[in-house]
Design a protein around this ligand. Sequence first.
Ligand code: NI
Length: 456
Amino acid sequence: MLIDTHAHLEMREFNDDRDEVIKRAREAGVEYIITVGTTVESTRDAVMLADKYDFIYAAVGIHPHETKDILHPAYDIIKHFAQHKKVVAYGEIGLDYYYEHSQRNIQQRKFRDMLQEARKLELPVIIHDRDAHEDTLRILKEEWDPAIGGVMHCFSGDVEYAKQVMDLGFHISIAGPVTFPKAQALRDVVKQVPIEQMLIETDSPYLTPQPFRGKRNEPAYVRYTAEEVAKVKGLSFEDVARITSFNAMQLFGIGEVPKKGMITYPIRNSLYLNVTNRCTSACTFCVRYFSDFVKGHYLRLRDEPSAEDLLREIGDPKRFDEIVFCGYGEPTLRLDVIKAVAAEVKKKGGRVRIDTNGHGNLIHKRNILPELKGLVDAVSVSLNAQNAELYEKLSQPKFGAAAYEAVKEFIREATRYIPEVTATVVSAPGVDIEACRRIAEELGARYRVREYNVVG
Ligand code: NI
């Protein structure tokens, strides 16, 4: 599934074949399209298109290019359209100092007016910013509520600017230029912006991606942007499509939230098993407290799956690089399920990994590691801190102060029974990355630092 979060389907470039273009988008896997107004007329036409097609939504606004000629009543008309049920955002609005068709002070005044209007309606905003980063940032800081959110459409700034706007609650939207051979700076931004904060768009009929560059753009081509983002971030095309679609659905309030948590879910070429949502830690940085989703997969379980349920979904484990018992909950709470599933996966020639908080021996009041010998190829244990005090503060273990030493002991024991043992830390405030590395080495384990606020 793909979502083109920014198209101008109402523009005259599509007058001869609009329905055909929309049909091609659907055939290319585009589930939803947001068509974005730039003038009063185009806003009206965008809303009419959204009325005609259930999978098209509209955004309403006056583009900064157009602000000079537009008189006050026009903004009242926009306000009126904003009430329509298929309108999901105010946009595109913002500042453009590159062409400067309108004076800067007029652009800024209109930008503020429309931000205030969007805020009243709690509609996210779609921001156009060209060569006006400083003023855009200042006005957003003064006028915008990060809880409502928004998107910097067709992002053209650097990593530093991306961070500043993300701090204000904005998503970064990537368009066709990311496919251009000379767009290395933009690809560097893509590399560093978390996929959880990213959207994709075409801005059609403009900004046609590489294979069709020079021709008219259309929503079906959003897949070329997704492919490029996948390449840059080392994710699969499906990962990028699913995650960016999920981001767009959350931001704009479109689509439906699934009713049942997934028990297995792919990320890259691994299959993750969601065996439990229970945990013996309450890590302050854990994704479970922020979201029911990981990389666009809904993981809140109603019932914990049986070994049979899991094996049915795994099928042939050799289809995947590895089968991973993970982490939206502590998997060793279900040791019997791990053992039954891992035995079957190994028998069929698959590879097994466990992501754990290392509390397994505390949970079962015995050394469980000999029981995993031959069943598990790799284990990643969250070391999380360089001392017991910080560990207790960050992970809030049910077992209290004794947990930290037990985790270290678990890692040490694991190296005796499991071929590949990795200690991990999250780069949270207060964590001494180097001290943790030394501890991991002393325990005989490999070491990996996970990015704060990035999962999966
Ligand atoms: Ni646009």
